[in-house]
Design a protein around this ligand. Structure first.
Ligand SMILES: [Zn+2]
Length: 265
């Protein structure tokens, strides 16, 4: 892990890049931004390059998936379990923007695991039009901070770096770190209801497009997975996960109509 502060004074937020070593878009966008000559820096931001060992190896992780390892443990044997503990320590109580890339979807979208005023503020200030509530998955960083992960686009693509830079510039302007106009959005929320387990399936659908009941959405030879009830696929792909096709979600409507967690029944 390494950190870098842009600007003077207390950081307004932390930007985490490279939790997964094979997703370079966040670090590349950060480097572009640090080299840019058009920025009027008016505040401060803490950049955290998370899993440098995995990035050097070109792998998602060294021992275990870092973004399933929170809150971590400083005395663990696994590199990422120790790193998770150190990362929470470094970002402390700052709001977090956490940049990722995927094999599932070209268009960027946001993900969150708890809905607090701080998380809502970050979701709106990504400027993105889709947000996924994925609190069903244990061990994510955003379970422990007021923060948002963004899937910026396809792993290794130039477009993912462009999207990461666009979101980053928007968030930094919105948090007063740099001068400039910032878009504020009211994203549509998709709530994950479960994971579809299985190995070697070809995903037949399209993410964020409803799968009607009775329609096959994944195939492995003669074996087809058919939806009993309609759902929205999220992070579903043929090659994304070793033991899972991805996630089923329900469309919940605009974020502005979702209550904060402490106001839920
Ligand atoms: Zn990732």
């Amino acid at each position: 892990m390494r950190t870098h502060t842009l600007g003077e004074g207390e950081p307004a937020l932390a930007v985490v890049v490279g939790q997964h070593g094979d997703e370079p878009c966040g670090e590349l966008a950060m480097e572009r931004l640090l080299a840019a000559d058009d920025l009027q820096v008016t505040g401060a931001v803490l950049f955290v390059v998370a899993n440098e060992r995995a990035a050097e190896a070109g792998d998602r992780f060294v021992d275990v998936d870092l973004n399933r390892a929170y809150p971590g443990d400083p005395d663990a044997d696994a590199h990422e379990v120790r790193l998770a503990h150190d990362l929470l320590d470094v970002v402390d109580d700052l709001p977090v923007l956490d940049l990722h890339s995927t094999v599932s979807t070209v268009e960027p979208f946001a993900l969150y695991q708890r809905l607090t005023p701080g998380t809502r503020r970050m979701l709106e200030r990504t400027g993105l039009d889709r947000a996924v509530d994925i609190r069903t998955e244990a061990g994510g960083m955003t379970t422990h901070v007021d923060g948002v992960a963004v899937e910026c686009g396809l792993k290794g693509s130039a477009a993912a770096v462009d999207n990461a830079e666009r979101v980053l510039r928007n968030v930094l302007a919105a948090y007063g770190v740099v001068d400039g106009e910032a878009a504020v959005s009211d994203p549509t929320v998709f709530e994950v209801t479960g994971r579809v387990d299985g190995t070697g399936y070809e995903f037949l659908g399209e993410n964020f497009v409803a799968v009607p009941a009775g329609t096959p959405f994944a195939r492995r030879g003669d074996d087809e997975l058919v939806a009993d009830d309609p759902f929205y696929p999220v992070l579903m792909s043929t090659d994304g996960y070793e033991d899972s096709v991805g996630f089923r979600a329900t469309r919940r409507g605009p974020l502005s109509e979702r209550p904060d967690d402490d106001e839920r029944d």
